[in-house]
Design a protein around this ligand. Sequence first.
Ligand SMILES: *Cc1c(COP(=O)(O)O)cnc(C)c1O
Length: 856
Amino acid sequence: MRAIRRFTVRTVLPEPLADLDELAHNLRWSWHPGTRAVFEGLDAALWEEVGGDPVALLGALGRERLDELAADEEQVARVRAAAADLRAYREQPRWYQRQSADALPASIAYFSPEFGVAATLPQYSGGLGVLAGDHLKAASDLGVPVVGVGLLYRAGYFRQALDRSGRQTETYPVLDPDGLPLTLLRETDGAPAQVQLALPGGRTLHAQVWVAQVGRVPLLLLDSDVPANDDAARAVTDRLYGGAGTHRLEQELLLGVGGVRALRTHARLTDGPAPDVFHTNEGHAGFLGVERVRELVVDGTSFATALELVRATTVFTTHTPVPAGIDRFERRTVEQYLQALDETRTLPLEDVLALGTEDHEGGDPRLFNMAVMGLRLAGRANGVSRLHGRVSREMFAGLWPGFDPQEVPIGSITNGVHAPTWVAPELAALAAHRMSAQDLATGAGWEAGGTVGDTELWQLRRRLRTRLVTDVRRRLRASWLRRGALPADLRWTDDAFSPDVLTIGFARRVPTYKRLTLMLADPERFAALLLDADRPVQVVVAGKAHPADEPGKRLIAELVAFADQHHVRHRIAFLPDYDMRMAATLYPGCDVWLNNPLRPLEACGTSGMKVALNGGLNLSVLDGWWDEWHDEDNGWVIPTADGVDDAGARDAAEAAALYDVLEQQVVPTFYDRDAEDVPRRWIAMVRHTLATLGPKVQATRMVADYVAHLYVPAAASGAALGADGLTGAAALADWRERVRAAWPRVRVDHVDSGGVATSPQVGDTLHVQAWVALGDLSPDDVEVQVLHGPVAPDDEIAEFRVTALRLDDSLEADRYGYSGDVALTAPGPFGYTVRVVPRHAALTSVAAAGLVTTAP
Ligand SMILES: *Cc1c(COP(=O)(O)O)cnc(C)c1O
């Protein structure tokens, strides 16, 4: 039977409290303790009951109570002060308004299939969504004019519970948008604004647009559950990652194409600027580029010119180091959808399809690949940690034949997390009271000898651990009750876990590569760690397996089976339904955050950063961000058996290494106390973590990096190509076409070298001369380069440097002469080669034109 239609009636607030509506509907409350205190102050018991959800609180406050509060001058004054503070936050200039780049974008659209802004808006499954939420919040704090674009899933991601046997069960409670911190985007006549997409078979997909206000940043969420739709179309936004095949494709078309249309509508209705830059968080929203091209083509621009402008102003962030993690659709199916979408038949369909077709070596030309399209439509692309950048360049190298992975145009910006969201309020308040803004920003305030003493810091860490222990007991009990246990049999949960025991956390989604059960590899050795009489360890585990991921679900069942055992159940627990609310208590309460993915499959990982911001120490394999920022004093490295092909042997070796580090380093350091029962060495590591990782792991650092390295350059490219009716874009398109046509006749005819003796030595200079035939091209169109560097045992130059050669006057027949010098700076085998690549000021990388000719 079809679910009943339900809605929530919004409270009408008495005039003196009218500001509460804005305070509840701007998600800044989720990272602003002052605003939360105002809500709590209205009715502390009710606030607790509604789980700290302002919209629910306002709905639950009765008329009588509201009238009472409206008559209370102190309450009214607090509400008005909070609203004034929010308005000042929204309107006053911030970091971005002090930037002085020429091409500072007026608006940046940020697309993501999921957003984790707050637990009360459950539109995320894990790291990708929470990162997107943190991106918006940090952009808001910095004043960066971002507009978020996503989908509103009527059931969000699933809710997880355990059955009696310890297997994950899933439920999909339907959300009521009127009970969420959302406002419907409306036309000036009050009717809901709608976007439409034409679908195959003459159908139309309609969607309305909800706006979640994230501080200064609006987040547009498209929702297909509207009466104008047929049942299938209504279900397009039913669940996050719920479907496959055409359901998934329709979601992605709505996100990308519908998202651009929603942005246009929003800009029209709010009189806002059109975005100068479009950023897609993962490939799912990639169709946004197709829609932008279509807009331009319908307006009379050529496809090639439109593509230049769109590419120049699109940023693509990849998060997936495994090909299996990428969305691929039947090319035929995509063709049908694109054909339907292009109602006026103005797009060259084959050219559009070519953007995502796997026509590269190793690809399957029957498939349309969202990452391939993402990269071909984005002039700038990045991975999310230094290591992941490198892995991505190798993974996608096939798309740039002739270029070495080191030149694949994918850079990296290491993720960050939003401190005001993730730092425990006590810790944030202590720092804010004791440290100057400068010491807080640089982290110096946490150094030894600062204003916070060892004992005080240790006591605060214990308070945070105690709060976690209380939460673990409550959740354990609730989970067991759900699994059918009787309350009388659950007294043990009252003193399960301890506020004084070394606490390790492990919580994240449960794809198999994250190896949830690595810690169980030697159950006896692990149990001995948990049960040590003097120096015990306790472990909190949580995470959801994707509903279709049977191996992941088996891992959960295995972990639960271990944790269920009588003799260890007070020291290890699996807590069901991991979400941002659980995370907010878990991260600050853990002493150690365990991370043991199969290297290098963790693109970045962000939960360990959130733990570090609270003074927790990381214990992790050298993957993602930890590969880049670990040092001797901010945690521990689990050595990995990279290159061991036998998965079982590799797991066993890495698990043994994990136990070794725990037994020999982590546990002794934690329990090594002085006369005052303070672990001085541990506290020194906590301080070092707060002082040195604190400033680096922040989302404000990340967003500032995006602004400097991607958004501003993309806006500058867009301005250069878009001026005077797209003159620059048209010229670039013509140039590209001309160079492509002429390239087959480009060749390096002859290379000579001199300047080095028979036995060259460091300090010598190699003089290189090359004669190059350019066919119909002119020297202005190309650059001639020497690639040089040390030769590895496999006869390749692994890490080469590039030196451009000068054009000499010596034009000989149809050949141009080039020359230049290369200094020999290191001893050992040395090699070089000469190549020709296209050159144009608007190209974003040497590989961007996809053309290269190397000396034979
Ligand atoms: C931060 C966070 C994640 C991401 O964790 P990773 O370490 O990146 O896997 C997942 N879920 C929640 C609720 C989070 O807050």
